[in-house]
Design a protein around this ligand. Sequence first.
Ligand code: BTN
Length: 325
Amino acid sequence: MAKAIKEHLIKKLATGDFVSGQILGDEIGVSRAAISKQVNALSEMGLDVFRVTGKGYKLVEPLELLNKSKIQHILAKDNNDAIVEVHNIIDSTNDYLMRRIPNHIQNGQVCLAEYQSAGRGRRGRQWVSPFGSHLYMSMYWSLEEGMSAAMGISTVVALAVSDAIKLLYNIDVELKWPNDIYINGLKLAGILIDLEGTPHEPCHVVIGIGLNLNMPNKSGALVDQPWTDLQRHTTKKVDRNTLAAKVIYFLSKRLEQHKENGLESVVTEWNAQDYFMNKKVKLITGKNETKGVCQGINAQGALLLNVEGELTPIYGGEVSLRGDA
Ligand code: BTN
């Protein structure tokens, strides 16, 4: 019941009009107190909602909800017929698709959500996922080449996000190996790749993308790294459905390109957008720190680090890369 009340409330509030707790309660047969409880829960999820006595509840700004039909309509114009699911509330879009492996999923299938109660970042971090503010998206992909090819996947995913942002907003983003997308040195988006399978056989990949669009103040304070969001870099209103459709479109295209031509075909492109190219960096692996100069990536997707004159490829894992000015 709580879920049904929340879903009803979300639809009504999204318009930006006042919603009377009494009228809404009567409509769905629950008390005003039950409505108030769910409004509080939505507020905890990051919705910026306020109350005026005698008028009811209202969102600070109207909300463009994600809409499966709109997304699929835009995709169809690009000849893409991906299966798209849109959820209001989910634990994590990556976890949801992982649970559907191996029987209930198709290549290129997408899950989007307005809110994640257990959004995951890399290295065990939480991904702060306020309701209706950003893009939380996962796509399933079957990787014929097996797990060894998975490192390159982050590379093509980052390029797909970059393609969509360039096309819609003419913004050049920066890429940070292995999984981050930046604008002016601040994190705009992160990629989380989950794998299932054995090393030398086709394996299951779930590609997760979290893309900051319009960070509410309350949520911004919870993020533990310097961040930015897309809306502050463009005068165009960020249309979440169009952006979601374009990210899905470019992601499918880049993954096909990777399947057909391997990673070699994108190395030059990725290096041209590398945030740390020719800069001094520190590579942190657990308690170890390696200093060097960044030289882009190689055809396996490994980071090339010049350590005291020797070019060393760094292969993924739980690593973190920082500037070393
Ligand atoms: C990172 O930079 O640490 C990766 C962040 C990935 C976040 C996305 S949001 C959609 C998908 N579902 C998750 O739980 N995580 C990824």
